[in-house]
Design a protein around this ligand. Structure first.
Ligand code: H2U
Ligand code: ZN
Length: 346
């Protein structure tokens, strides 16, 4: 009987942030591939597109005209999923049919007036401006007492269902805690109560010490492929200091955040020499919700690509019906990303 080797043998790993297990099957990377091959979207866009609703001076769906902005630009989503003036109300039929009204605010943020760029192509100062805008929006939205959670995110690439290549992200702020945040709130609170330290302070420290899952690191942040990652090249940026949300970062930390964002997304682009698609977003402490001493700011990147610019991972079959699963190990993915240049090479 050979000894258990987690780089070879099927095993499960525990996600400390959600309290869920994932299945890892490293031996399966040897199986032949005869699956789908997507075609590459063309990536030779002009700096200005007269038909783009995010470019300066253009008209949006609600008829308003974008200003001639020079850095980043924010507006209320013209097709908001959540609305501020939703009346209170609910439904409860024998405890079996339950519904509650939900209030919220949705905004869209253009990262740059230049239609042709993406995050890793912006100058680091441009990314700093985006972080400053995210911070101002976080403060502004949390001044609304109806809001308890603010989700800042970016959906990038056609295969992620992104509707427009102009560099942009979204903010959805709402009155209740969404599912992922509820799980992370409970796990971080329990850890803090037991250890008197944040879960992610200890986790980031351990990963920096071990090094094998670290992708890129600077004085204030570390990007790792989490031990419990589900997506092949999933990563997480963690602040080294225990900070609950954007407004508490110093100017120096914001600069370091901009720098690590640029380097991580450049590595992603270099991996398959394509503008790398993903859904990414920061998780932060709830607002207007009492103290959350265990909450530690972090940012998740969930990219769908698996083995080339055209072959993505599908979350189907066993994963829809039973449990998330991955083939390549987190350590293998981290090693590949770590080895890539920190500047976009094409
Ligand atoms: P995505 O590309 O990530 O889907 O984001 C684009 C958002 O922009 C989308 O939520 C909004 C859509 O509702 N939008 C406007 O607010 N105004 C427009 O004129 C077009 C699209
Ligand atoms: Zn545009």
């Amino acid at each position: 009987m050979t000894a258990f080797d987690f780089k070879e043998h099927p095993h499960t790993r525990f996600n400390q942030l959600t309290g869920e297990w994932i299945l890892v099957s490293p031996h399966r990377t040897k199986r032949p591939w005869q699956g789908k091959v997507e075609s590459l979207p063309a990536d030779n866009r002009p700096a200005y597109d007269p038909k783009c609703y995010l470019c300066p001076g253009n008209t949006r769906a609600d008829g308003s005209v974008n200003p001639d902005y020079t850095d980043s630009f924010v507006f209320t989503n013209d097709y908001s999923a959540l609305l501020q003036d939703t009346p209170e109300g609910g439904l409860d039929v024998e405890g079996l049919l339950q519904a509650k009204s939900e209030k919220g605010i949705c905004r869209v943020i253009s990262f740059s007036p230049d239609h042709s760029l993406t995050l890793p192509q912006l100058p680091v100062e441009g990314i700093e401006k985006v972080i400053e805008l995210w911070t101002r929006e976080f403060i502004d939205l949390s001044s609304n007492k109806d809001i308890r959670y603010i989700q800042i995110f970016e959906n990038k690439g056609e295969i992620m269902g992104c509707s427009n290549p102009h560099p942009h992200g979204q903010i959805w702020a709402q009155a209740s805690l969404p599912l992922e945040i509820s799980k992370e709130t409970a796990r971080q609170a329990a850890y803090f109560q037991e250890k008197g330290k944040s879960l992610l302070s200890d986790y980031a420290e351990l990963e920096c010490k071990l090094g094998e899952r670290v992708v890129v690191e600077n004085e204030h942040f570390v990007a790792v492929v989490p031990f419990w990652a589900v997506w092949p090249f999933e990563t997480m940026i963690i602040s080294k200091r225990h900070v609950p949300a954007l407004p508490e970062f110093t100017v120096e930390e914001r600069k370091a955040m901009a720098s690590i964002l640029k380097k991580l997304t450049a590595k992603y682009d270099n991996l398959f020499e394509v503008s790398f698609p993903y859904s990414a977003g920061m998780h932060q402490a709830p607002v207007n919700d009492g103290p959350h001493p265990g909450w530690h700011w972090h940012m998740h990147f969930y990219p769908p690509l698996l083995r080339s610019a055209t072959v993505k991972k599908f979350m189907v079959g066993y994963e829809m019906l039973a449990n998330p699963q991955r083939d390549v190990t987190a350590e293998w993915a981290a090693e590949r990303l770590r080895a890539l240049p920190e500047e976009r090479t094409f």
